[in-house]
Design a binder for this molecule. Structure first.
Ligand code: ATP
Ligand code: MG
Length: 457
């Protein structure tokens, strides 16, 4: 296997200032007599002509030597693993000592590290296309693991024995699928077979690490269906999102959903919204119909035709499920709430034209409404194509956007107390009725509100 290749990296897809800063760090290490290379994702992405945000530096210098060379500009983030963060010109770089990992005892972390050569360092990395190095100045690529060939063939392949590598760190199975999906590669058959054989190991990985890979798959893939289908076929999906797995094979009424089952419908929607997708939008698209498998029922057709398929209350049921799923995956509370609101609201929008003005304004005034509108658009596009309610909502949203969508209430609880209303459930009802009247334009001043309230008492 050729180590120094005839390939060179040109860094046209990365930030010029970042490259200059990374080269300054590399130059300092090289001047002190250490071997220094750029490593991993940046080499892969540069060779693919993809933009990238980080440059990782690999060196023969030990962490202590790195700290001594960049005094006052380092953070010992992962010193025990041989990684020191070096700060330079507003950028930060992982400077990692060439290393081999010790035994993995728990399927997550190496028990220790040994400092090593570039060959050893490449061998501890996960996939061949992630095991490449390049010279920081000439850009000449150094390939210890056959990564250049796999990059050309667009294949994700484990370095070494796939099952052994997945046993060391179970998350690598999910990373394999994420890279296939995001890069639009294929998975090497032996690597795929090992994922399929050991998918159950994923249950031992922390929810945070799983969720972060899954979010990246959903947000960054040109076609998330590539990753979703691979997750399903390998059995990984069943391990961490059984509810999503259940969309597969859940039939829908052909009249509304000529495209097929809920799984196909969901995949089509995700693929159609261009990457990069906002995480709330991506998770909302994935989970919008999550309540369908459990609410599926068939009714006898009075006219004697095929039994009718219905999903009564699938949106509120789905909202509760989405909340449970994202909480289980330890997602931030704000994200959980927003996705839940979109899932809950995605069917209400269909009734928009029949909504009372105050209900409509509340619906549009929800901060998550733009996401909801996008989910509705993709939903309609990939089902019956009846865009009437969506066009109505979009027009209403644009009309309201010019003004504050939800104005501050004219009357608050303390005003009611001043007007002689005792705090209690009745007060809440009055406040709501007053605010509705305000939103509908029937009240514009507090005096009017006080008169109006007398009619309600
Ligand atoms: P991206 O940043 O787009 O996810 P990347 O390749 O830079 O891609 P990182 O997670 O930033 O991925 O990791 C940097 C490098 O570290 C990878 O290219 C790979 O060589 C190595 N690496 C990361 N995670 C693992 C892992 N779990 N097992 C083995 N090697 C890993
Ligand atoms: Mg990276």
């Amino acid at each position: 296997m050729g180590v120094v290749t005839a390939m060179t990296v040109d860094f046209t897809t990365c930030d010029v200032a970042m490259l200059r800063a990374a080269r300054a760090v590399a130059a300092r290490l090289a001047e002190a007599g250490h071997a220094v290379l750029f490593a991993g994702g940046c080499v892969r992405d540069a060779l693919l002509g993809r933009p990238f945000k980080d440059i990782d530096v690999a060196t023969s210098a030990t962490p202590d030597q790195v700290e001594a060379l960049f005094v006052g500009h380092t953070v010992a983030v992962g010193k025990a693993f041989g990684v020191v963060l070096v700060l330079r010109d507003g950028f930060s770089f992982d400077v990692a000592t060439f290393r081999t990992d010790g035994a993995y005892v728990d399927g997550r972390h190496p028990s220790g590290v040994c400092f090593a050569t570039p060959e050893g360092d490449a061998a501890r990395r996960d996939f061949t296309v992630n095991g490449l190095f390049c010279d920081p100045f000439s850009g000449v690529v150094r390939d210890e693991v056959g990564g250049v060939q796999d990059l050309a063939a667009r294949v994700i392949r484990a370095i070494g024995d796939p099952a052994a590598r997945f046993r060391e760190d179970h998350l690598r199975m999910l990373r394999a699928v994420r890279f296939v999906s995001v890069l639009d590669f294929t998975l090497d058959p032996a690597t795929q077979a090992a994922v399929a054989a050991h998918a159950a190991w994923l249950a031992r990985v922390s929810a945070e690490r799983i969720a972060s890979e899954m979010t990246r798959l959903l947000c960054e893939s040109p076609r998330p269906s590539v990753g979703l289908n691979l997750l399903r076929e390998t059995g990984l999906l069943r391990e961490f999102l059984p509810e999503v797995q259940a969309l597969h094979g859940t039939r829908q009424p052909p009249r509304y959903h000529p495209e097929g089952d809920v799984w196909t419908h969901t995949c089509l929607m995700l693929d159609e919204v261009p990457a990069p997708r906002d995480p709330v939008l991506a998770w909302s698209l994935l989970l919008h119909d999550i309540g369908k498998p459990v609410t599926f029922c068939r009714e006898v057709d009075a006219a004697g035709g095929e039994p009718l398929i219905r999903f009564p209350c699938h949106a509120p049921v789905g909202a509760a499920m989405a909340e449970a799923i994202l909480t289980r995956l330890r997602q931030p509370a704000a994200r959980v709430e927003q996705v839940k609101a979109v899932v809950a609201g995605h069917m209400q929008g269909v009734e928009a034209e029949k909504m009372r003005p105050a209900t409509l304004r509340r619906f549009i005034g929800n901060p998550v409404f733009p996401v909801l509108l996008e989910v509705m658009r993709a939903d309609i596009q990939h089902s019956n194509k009846l865009f009437g309610p969506w066009l109505f909502l979009k027009a209403a949203f644009e009309a309201y956007r010019a003004e504050p969508v939800l104005p501050p209430p004219l009357v608050r609880g303390r005003d009611l107390v001043a007007w002689g209303i005792a705090p209690g459930p009745r007060m809440g009802e009055l406040l709501r009725a007053l605010y509705d009247a305000q939103l509908e334009g029937r009240l514009t001043t507090r005096d009017q509100a006080r008169v109006f309230m007398a009619t309600l008492k």
